[in-house]
Design a protein around this ligand. Structure first.
Ligand SMILES: Cc1cc2nc3c(=O)[nH]c(=O)nc-3n(C[C@H](O)[C@H](O)[C@H](O)COP(=O)(O)OP(=O)(O)OC[C@H]3O[C@@H](n4cnc5c(N)ncnc54)[C@H](O)[C@@H]3O)c2cc1C
Length: 358
C-alpha cells in the first residue's frame, strides 16, 4: 500500500522539475551518487532566475542580468561544485562599489565583500553546470501520476507522457510546485509549505542603456525610494560587452506587486524617474526593456532546507526553502541530497564519478 510507511529504498532514476541553480545542483550531487537524473525545464534553457537578456545588436549588443545580480560563495560544497563543473572561466568576482541610503537620506558604502557574477553573463554558470546533464527543455510538467510499479509518470502541459521515475524532486517556486502537487492529487503535501507561498515577492526589472558613460563613482546602490530598490551598472561587471552603459533597475517588491498589471511603458518611466532622482542623472536612456518577475525573492531568512515525503518519494527544494538567494538554492539541494544519503535512499559510491574520486 503506497500510503503506508516504507523502508527507504534505492532510487535509480529520478526526475527533477526545474533547472535553476537548485535543480542543477541537485542533479550534479545526485549523479555523483550513482543516480540517473532527468531534468525538465519549461524555459528554453537552464538557469531560472539566474537570468540574462540579450540586447539588440543595433543597440550595441551584449546582455544584461535581469535576475540575480551577484552571489556569495561561503559554503565549501558550493565552492567545490562551482570549481568542478563551472570552472574559473565562467564566473569571477565583481569588485563593485555599492552604496545604500540611510533613513536620514545619507549615502554610505557597503563593506567590501566577495561578490561573484557569471562571465560574460549570469547564465554562463548555469550553461556550464548543465553540460553533462540530461535536460528536457521547453517541457512544462503539469502533474505526476502514480504507476502500478510504484513509480511516478510525469505528464506535461501538452498531455505528453514524459516517462516514469522512482522519485521526483520539485524545485519551482512554492506556488508553482503547489499547483503541480494539487493537480496530482497530492494537496496534503502542498499544505506542508503553504506558508511559503505569500513570502515570494514580485519584482519589476528595467534594463536601460545610456549611450554615454554616466561617470558615477559607484557601480550599484540601494536607495530608500518607494519605487526603486536596487540599481546596478551592468557594464561594470567583468567580461560584459556591448556599447554604452547598461543599468539594471529593480522595483521595490510592494510597489512591483501593486503595479503587477502596469504597462511596460509606465513601469519603465517610473523606474527611470526614480533612478534620476537618486543619481541626479538627467540624461535619458536610448533603449529600455522591462521584465516582470512574479516570484523573485522570498522574504524568509530561514527554512527547513528541504521537504522530503518519504512515502511518496517526492522532494521539494528551492532557494525559498533555505533562506533565499543563489547560495541558498545550492544549500537546499545539498540538504536534500545529504538526507537521502543518510536514510539510505541512495546507493552511494556506485557511480563512475564516485569510483574515480575514491
Ligand atoms: C530580480 C531578482 C534579483 C535577485 N537578486 C539576487 C542577488 O543579487 N543575489 C542572490 O543570491 N539572489 C538573487 N536573486 C534570487 C536568485 O535568483 C534565486 O535565489 C535563485 O536563482 C533561485 O534558484 P532556484 O533554482 O531555487 O529557482 P529558479 O531559478 O526559479 O528555478 C526554478 C526553475 O523551475 C522551472 N519551472 C517552474 N515550473 C516548472 C514546470 N512546471 N515544469 C518545468 N520547469 C518548471 C523554472 O522555469 C525555473 O527554471 C534574485 C532574483 C530575482 C528574480
Amino acid at each position: 500500500m503506497f500510503n503506508e510507511p516504507q523502508a527507504p529504498q534505492d532510487i535509480r532514476h529520478l526526475a527533477i522539475i526545474g533547472s535553476g541553480m537548485c535543480g542543477l545542483s541537485a542533479a550534479l550531487l545526485l549523479k555523483s551518487s550513482g543516480v540517473k537524473v532527468t531534468l525538465f525545464e519549461k524555459s528554453r534553457g537552464p538557469g531560472g532566475r539566474l537570468s540574462a537578456k540579450r540586447l539588440p545588436e543595433e543597440r550595441g549588443g551584449g546582455s544584461a542580468d535581469i535576475g540575480a545580480q551577484y552571489f556569495t560563495i561561503r559554503n565549501l560544497g558550493f565552492r567545490a561544485l562551482l570549481e568542478q563543473y563551472a570552472g574559473p572561466t565562467h564566473y569571477t568576482t565583481w569588485p563593485a562599489r555599492l552604496r545604500y541610503q540611510t533613513d536620514s537620506g545619507k549615502w554610505e558604502f557597503f563593506n567590501a565583500a566577495e561578490r561573484y557574477v557569471g562571465v560574460p553573463r549570469m547564465t554562463a554558470i548555469s550553461r556550464a553546470l548543465s553540460r553533462t546533464l540530461d535536460i528536457k527543455a521547453q517541457v512544462r510538467i503539469e502533474k505526476l501520476e502514480r504507476t502500478g510499479q510504484d513509480q511516478w509518470r510525469l505528464w506535461d502541459t501538452e498531455s505528453k507522457d514524459r516517462g516514469c521515475f522512482d522519485a521526483v524532486i520539485m524545485t519551482a517556486p512554492p506556488a508553482q510546485t503547489s499547483t503541480i502537487l494539487i493537480a496530482s492529487g497530492l494537496a496534503q503535501l502542498a499544505q506542508s509549505f503553504e506558508t511559503h507561498i505569500p513570502q515570494m515577492q514580485a519584482c519589476w526589472t528595467v534594463v536601460a542603456r545610456f549611450p554615454n558613460t554616466l561617470g558615477l563613482d559607484y557601480e550599484g546602490f540601494q536607495p530608500t525610494s518607494e519605487i526603486l530598490q536596487w540599481a546596478a551598472n551592468n557594464s561594470s561587471k567583468p567580461g560584459r560587452d556591448g556599447e554604452g552603459e547598461w543599468w539594471v533597475l529593480h522595483g521595490r517588491p510592494d510597489w512591483s506587486d501593486r503595479h503587477q498589471d502596469g504597462s511596460s511603458e509606465d513601469i519603465t518611466e517610473a523606474l527611470i524617474m526614480a533612478f534620476s532622482e537618486c543619481t541626479g542623472i538627467i540624461e535619458r536612456p536610448d533603449y529600455t526593456l522591462a521584465h516582470r518577475w512574479l516570484y523573485a525573492k522570498s522574504t524568509a531568512t530561514h527554512g527547513p532546507g528541504h521537504f522530503w515525503f518519504n512515502e511518496d518519494r517526492i522532494g521539494v527544494i528551492g532557494d525559498w526553502v533555505k533562506g533565499g538567494r543563489v547560495e541558498g538554492a545550492y544549500e537546499s539541494a545539498e540538504s536534500l541530497t545529504k538526507h537521502l544519503r543518510s536514510v539510505g535512499c541512495l546507493d552511494a559510491g556506485t557511480s563512475e564519478e564516485s569510483k574515480a574520486s575514491e
